[in-house]
Ligand binder design. Structure first.
Ligand SMILES: Cc1cc2nc3c(=O)[nH]c(=O)nc-3n(C[C@H](O)[C@H](O)[C@H](O)COP(=O)(O)OP(=O)(O)OC[C@H]3O[C@@H](n4cnc5c(N)ncnc54)[C@H](O)[C@@H]3O)c2cc1C
Length: 371
């Protein structure tokens, strides 16, 4: 079945073509590629975006629609791993990116906040530590001791987060990029980046396109996520995105009262380290059972799908020049957390190509850290 998000009507888009050589060729028309294309075209560069499918048909139109600030790790873990200053800068940087997204999104983003729930006492201790670390560093969040849904053991309310219609957002981004002169070439698979007639190439394929640049093959691991969506419920149960068990389970109720639920990757975690984009009976059954628990009756499922995201060893993205290539750049590897990060990293790689290397995130995300 097709992802629910992709059923949305496509916005009109200008048709631009650039004959021959361009300043920048981008592989991937998801949130990263479209964000980079917009920034570069606005700066006056000639840009061509290639995608083997259509805009947003990779993970950008197949995800859970959570627009979360921060990185893929818990804040307290990020602080320990990358350092306090780096973690705090990263969180604030994504908050600003989310604000910029809101300025572009129209009705594709609702600033509902999000709720990170503790499924048991152990997770309560973990997210309480995260909450304390955020409070110490002046990062806005609220603690909820007893979430309304009685089964959870505490929660962090992230007041500024949002619920995204990701395909709608990315298609609009592509239309904006085309509006300022970027060419968007759909159904155009790139077999070899060296074949692209461009000054710079940006690889924005996240979990797809594994092996396109051999140096990245061991650094970004394709990982599958699965999602189900119910028929509209007769009541509103959730007014914001919810997630629990370290983000292994995530759900949100959509404006038409359908419930979207994804996750349970840990049920067969090794099987999900794949770029085969198909649903599996084991995970689908777990999702259905949990959705039944959430709504109190067996659900009517109208949509099921799988998508692939790119996981990295340290859960941080790779943004910058691919070592060994002067003209090939990468932005990807968001470890399942790419709606806001993907938008921000698309802009970041564009700024780097435009000569602005001043962002501290370029150091943190430098692909050379693995070489
Ligand atoms: C099931 C699931 C749920 C998720 N939930 C969330 C969530 O709720 N919140 C969140 O923040 N993140 C979530 N993510 C992660 C998020 O969706 C991704 O990190 C993000 O969409 C990555 O965007 P992207 O533009 O970098 O890559 P993608 O959107 O995956 O786009 C990559 C594009 O590259 C194209 N491509 C690949 N190879 C080639 C080639 N050789 N030639 C031409 N084109 C090529 C593909 O066709 C694809 O369109 C989820 C991911 C999945 C799979």
């Amino acid at each position: 079945m097709n992802p629910y998000w992709l059923e949305d009507e496509k916005p009109p888009r200008a048709t631009t073509t650039h004959a021959g050589h361009v300043d920048v060729a981008i592989v991937g028309a998801g949130i990263t590629g479209c964000s980079a294309a917009l920034r570069l075209a606005q700066a006056g560069l000639t840009v061509r975006v290639h995608d083997q499918r259509a805009v947003a048909e990779g993970a950008s139109g197949r995800n859970g629609g959570f627009a979360l600030r921060g990185g893929a790790s818990r804040y307290d873990v990020a602080r320990e791993t990358y350092g306090g200053e780096q973690a705090s800068e990263l969180w604030h940087w994504t908050e600003h990116a989310l604000d910029r997204m809101a300025g572009l999104a129209g009705d594709s983003l609702r600033r509902t906040g999000s709720l990170r729930l503790a499924a048991d006492a152990e997770e309560r201790d973990e997210i309480r530590a995260e909450f304390e670390a955020m409070r110490e560093d002046g990062i806005a969040a609220e603690w909820i001791d007893e979430p309304a849904d009685g089964r959870f053991h505490g929660a962090i309310l992230h007041t500024e987060d949002g619920a995204l219609q990701p395909a709608r957002f990315v298609r609009r981004l592509a239309a904006r990029a085309a509006g300022v002169g970027a060419e968007i070439r759909e159904h155009d698979r790139v077999g070899d980046v060296a074949s692209l007639d461009a000054e710079h190439v940006v690889v924005a394929t996240d979990g797809y396109g594994h092996g396109l640049v051999p140096e990245l093959a061991d650094l970004v691991w394709p990982t599958r996520g699965q999602v189900i969506v119910s028929a509209p419920l007769d009541r509103v149960l959730y007014d914001k995105p919810h997630y629990a068990r370290q983000g292994f389970d995530y759900w949100q109720q959509l404006p038409d009262r359908r419930l979207l639920l994804g996750g349970f990757r840990d049920v067969s975690i090794m099987d999900e380290l794949t770029d085969v984009e198909e649903t599996t009976p084991t995970i689908q059954a777990s999702l259905e059972r949990f959705m039944g628990e959430l709504i109190g009756e067996p659900p009517t499922i109208t949509h099921r799908w799988a998508g692939i995201f790119g996981l990295t060893q340290d859960m941080l993205p790779l943004v910058g020049r691919v070592p060994g290539h002067d003209d090939v750049w990468v932005a990807g590897g968001y470890s399942g957390h790419g709606n806001v990060l993907g938008f921000a990293c698309g802009e970041l790689v564009a700024d780097a190509i435009l000569g602005d290397m001043s962002s501290p995130q370029l150091k943190l995300f430098d692909p050379a850290r693995f070489f």
